[in-house]
Write a protein of this length. Structure first.
Length: 478
């Protein structure tokens, strides 16, 4: 994207001030807003009573797409910003101010799953809008093999090569061809593809979700959007929660389209591979090449996501990508393993009848959470021989939000300590979950907690010990 020069920017600011006066008949003060990864410039204009957001961009076709799509989506009942005024040259426009509260921030709270499901429900409506409403509004060509290769080459040239990862280029091209063929065979459900459906592009205002940044929309596989949202590298979802959200979207889309949920789920899995590779390409360009810290910090999260896909067998069709993923994982963790100076969070389940778990680190302290107030599956005969790792016990505990909310509060309490421990170079933090027998509730909570923490902190070791069950393991490969 072409940058806006200083003179053009000054002229654009003057145009925005004039557009505000034209709309509201008053003079405004203007303040620059932080933008995303594009060259567009954003401003808030206010006269003290009303406010609006001004945009300056020399990408005329994108501006026109955003403006026309905004009108079409709003007419279809989707919450998008109202377009107030547009300059004659279409390089500047004024739109409704939706405030500063993003879904990205709200997802850090206890209600994140309900909020995520609400966003995916609305996404289903967007994806399945009748084609005649939007087809003449989009400016980009449909999703195609060329687009897939752009994303894959982004991964190869902007991430793998700058990151100094060795690979067989011929074998990698074979994988690229195989993945591209699977994604462009004409068998994926197509509709309005948002293209950049991210939690940072969803605003919260007056108790409703509002959507922005859809100028890149096009015709394409609609599941791409759900995958982009759920598999956003730093989204605060555990891997279990990601799977549940994709299942939720598949069920929602199935109800509208009649396509089997299992088929939608299968399509999502193929797009997950592409999306994880594309994200690493973006982080490579913005972080390794442009040296932007935020993107460098996001690389370990994206690598962890790719490693998860590898463990689930979703890279088995792509042997060179699978091999590269292992190299990336080792590269991300090698220094920590050799020096043994990384933080290890030791998660325990235990029975209060046998006392608290020992701390062999020599540091003492840590957290202990009492799970005994949670409804106990152990009271029922059919669960007495099972543990909190068994599916039926998990389903019992998740019938209500009681156990999940307990874990979410524990995560919220421990996260600040983990962040501080990492900054100060500490190497051990112990977290225990106790119940009466150390069999059901504490086991469930310990594993749920460990997965949440592993998702949020990809560069630390998570070990789990179920003391009364004589089980010990690490959540992901060390």
């Amino acid at each position: 994207m072409a940058k806006i020069n200083r003179m053009a920017l000054d002229q654009g600011i003057e145009l925005l001030l004039n557009l505000f006066y034209k709309k509201f008949h008053s003079r405004a003060e203007i303040q620059a807003l932080t933008g995303g990864g594009s060259a567009r410039k954003y401003y808030r204009l206010t006269d003290g009573l009303v406010s609006a957001v001004g945009v300056i961009s020399n990408e005329i076709s994108e501006n026109e797409a955003f403006i026309s799509l905004s009108k079409a989506l709003k007419h279809s009942g989707i919450n998008v910003p109202e377009i107030f005024e547009v300059s004659d040259d279409a390089e500047c426009y004024l739109l409704q101010d939706l405030g500063d509260e993003m879904l990205m921030d709200a997802l850090k709270g206890a209600d994140k799953m309900n909020l995520a499901k609400k966003a995916l429900s609305i996404l289903t409506r967007i994806n399945t809008l009748p084609e005649d409403i939007w087809i003449d509004k989009v400016i980009y060509p449909p999703f195609s093999q060329r687009l897939v290769y752009w994303d894959l080459n982004y991964f190869k040239y902007d991430f793998l090569k700058p990151y100094d990862v060795e690979f067989d280029e011929s074998l990698l091209e074979d994988d690229f061809q195989r993945l591209s063929s699977q994604l462009t065979s004409g068998q994926l459900l197509e509709g309005l593809m948002y293209r950049d459906f991210q939690s940072r592009n969803i605003m919260l205002k007056d108790g409703e979700m509002w959507f922005i940044d859809y100028q890149g929309a096009r015709r394409g596989p609609v599941v791409y959007d759900a995958v982009s949202f759920v598999w956003q590298a730093k989204a605060p979802f555990s891997f279990d929660e990601r799977e549940k959200l994709i299942d939720f979207y598949a069920a929602s889309l199935s109800q509208v389209t009649g396509l089997e949920e299992s088929e939608i789920r299968h399509q999502c899995e193929k797009l997950e591979v592409l999306r994880c590779l594309q994200v690493l390409g973006a982080y490579g360009f913005r972080g390794l090449i442009q040296k932007k810290t935020h993107f460098l910090e996001s690389i370990p999260f994206a690598v962890r996501n790719l490693m998860y896909l590898r463990e689930k067998g979703r890279l088995d069709d792509f042997p060179e990508i699978k091999k590269i993923t292992g190299i990336l994982w080792e590269k991300e963790n090698r220094g920590k393993q050799e020096d043994q100076d990384f933080l290890e969070v030791k998660v325990f389940s235990f029975s209060y009848k046998r006392g608290y778990p020992e701390d062999n680190s020599g540091n003492g302290g840590g957290f202990i959470f009492d799970c005994r107030a949670i409804h106990n599956p152990g009271r029922y005969d059919k669960y007495k021989t099972l543990t909190g790792r068994d599916t039926s016990v998990i389903e019992f505990l998740e019938k209500t939000d009681e156990a999940q909310e307990f874990v979410e509060m524990a995560v919220k309490m421990v996260v600040p300590s983990i962040e501080r421990y990492i900054k100060r170079g500490f190497t051990s933090l112990q977290v225990g979950f106790g119940c009466t027998g150390g069999q059901h509730r504490s086991v469930y909570c310990a594993e749920k907690f460990a997965k949440e923490i592993a998702s949020l902190f990809p560069n630390i070791k998570i070990s789990i010990t179920h003391r009364e069950q004589n089980i010990r393991f690490s959540y992901l490969p060390e």
